[in-house]
Design a protein around this ligand. Structure first.
Ligand SMILES: Cc1ncc(COP(=O)(O)O)c(C=O)c1O
Length: 390
């Protein structure tokens, strides 16, 4: 017996994938040409498998801001937020995020993953309950696992199932955190947040929304699903990331609860890791400014979304339940999914292949993510590449 025996099944699955002639999980971008194009395996490829919803990774303001910070403050903070890793930029960004969400305060974490770990492991104690949508992201599950609360899943986007489970909790309902996402990362569907907010109010529970994929995408001001659904007042805490529409890395949470600041002193994923580097913070601040002042980007994103979603639907693909910047194509078998992924790559289009168990249920899916940075021609090329699949 060896320590590595536990990886045998994984190794077998990987060998089988390589035998099929493709290696979707080791794609290397040899060159990044823009927010929507790169060189992969020597060929110019349209990037339709990023989370670069507003296409800001190459925005001149973000690059300039990062450059200035790099020159002035150096390459890294070399320490955690609690020790030497809080620079004036971190504090300014926290203020700007809180202002953007019109709430009392915010906390910046080193990644979106750590924001979920940091918030959930700290907020939910041994007497508490977390009721989470079954399709929630791995970072939410891991955050739950790191804490001591009882964790109960409800059926994806099923408010009746949520309410049934909430009712069963009786007196414990007031110590229950309901956890949902704005846009789910695999199928691109939104949470039924109005109904969920009603349940939260009825049972006097606590509501957390992860707006990782909806920040900059939904709502009149781009604040996400809570804004779009008109329920911001009912949401206790929003978690999000800088790694998608803001084109950097880092995570945050915002809340009107006065006690939010105390999380800093209790949260291990906040205390025991280095803070985001100054250039990352600077580009994020610039990106947030663009998100706030250029709603045209959101319009362009949605125009691209509608185009791609409708074309794939018309071509007979089984797509996700509603148009969103995550356009999922569901395939009946793994083999079919791999074949489509490979054909798209051969046609110069990169998307994400998602195999079970990472995909919800038994499905295999291809996940396209749309960007405001995609030109009409690029969206057309993506459509044509899908349509040529036999
Ligand atoms: C819903 C959700 N939350 C959190 C994260 C983690 O964000 P990050 O990659 O910035 O750590 C992701 C990442 O894809 C996500 O989809």
């Amino acid at each position: 017996m060896s320590l590595f025996d536990k990886f045998r099944n994984l190794a077998k699955a990987r060998e089988a994938l390589l035998e099929s002639g493709c290696d979707p999980f080791s794609v290397v971008l040899d060159e990044v040409l823009s927010s929507t194009e790169g060189i992969i395996g020597g060929r110019r490829t349209i990037l339709a498998g990023t989370n670069n919803y507003l296409g800001l990774t190459f925005h001149q303001d973000c690059i300039d801001a990062a450059g200035v910070a790099l020159a002035k403050e150096g390459t890294g903070t070399t320490g955690s937020r609690m020790a030497n890793g809080t620079f004036s930029g971190h504090v300014a960004l926290e203020r700007e995020i809180a202002e953007f969400y019109q709430v009392r305060s915010s906390i910046v974490f080193s990644t979106g993953y750590l924001a979920n770990l940091g918030m959930l492991s700290t907020l939910a104690g041994s007497d508490d309950v977390i009721l989470l949508d079954a399709d929630c992201h791995a970072s939410i599950y891991d955050g739950c696992r790191m804490g001591d609360a009882e964790v109960i899943r409800f059926r994806h986007n099923n408010s009746s199932d949520l309410e049934k489970r909430m009712r069963r909790l009786g007196d414990r309902a007031t110590r229950t955190i309901i956890l949902v996402e704005g846009i789910y990362s695999m199928l691109g569907d939104r949470a039924p947040l109005k109904e969920i907010a009603e349940i939260k109010k009825k049972y006097n529970a606590f509501l957390v929304v992860d707006e990782a994929h909806s920040l900059g995408v939904l709502g009149q001001n781009g604040r996400g699903l809570a804004e779009e659904a008109g329920v911001e007042d009912s949401v206790d805490l929003i978690v999000g990331t800088f790694s998608k529409s803001l084109g950097a890395t880092g995570g945050f949470c915002v809340s009107n609860h006065r006690e939010l600041d105390m999380i800093r002193f209790a949260s291990r994923p906040y205390i025991f890791t280095a803070s985001p580097s100054p250039s990352v913070i600077a580009s994020t601040r610039a990106a947030l400014q663009i998100l706030k002042t250029q709603p045209a980007l959101r319009k362009k994103l949605w125009k691209n979304v509608e185009h791609l979603y409708k074309r794939l639907q018309r071509a007979g693909f089984k797509v996700g339940p509603e148009p969103s910047p995550v356009v999922a194509t569901l395939l009946d078998t793994k083999e079919e999914g791999i074949r489509l992924w490979k054909e798209l790559m051969d046609n110069g289009v990169y998307v994400n292949l998602v195999l079970p168990p990472a995909a919800p249920g038994e499905a295999c899916l291809l996940r396209c993510s749309v960007s405001a940075g995609h030109s009409e021609e690029q969206i057309e090329s993506i459509c044509l590449a899908f349509e040529s699949f036999k």
